[in-house]
Design a protein around this ligand. Structure first.
Ligand SMILES: [Zn+2]
Length: 69
């Protein structure tokens, strides 16, 4: 089965796989309800900057988190 394409629930942008992984990593409860966010909407929700989230993705990758492989 091909991976299902995910879209931001709030602005309909298509989500790259790193962003999908970040949703699963830090917003797991929402993901279980089928709610995904793009970096812009996630930054707004978490009251941080998009750069912070990109840094987070890099951090999780560096830790070897399997969601990001
Ligand atoms: Zn969005």
């Amino acid at each position: 089965m091909p991976p299902q394409k995910k879209y931001c629930r709030f602005c309909d942008s298509a989500l790259p796989k790193d962003v999908i992984a970040l949703n699963k990593k830090i917003l797991d409860i929402e993901v279980k309800d089928g709610i995904y966010r793009c970096l812009t909407c996630m930054a707004e929700y978490l009251e941080c900057s998009e750069e912070d989230l990109v840094d987070k993705i890099e951090e999780f990758k560096a830790e070897g988190c399997k969601l990001f492989s």
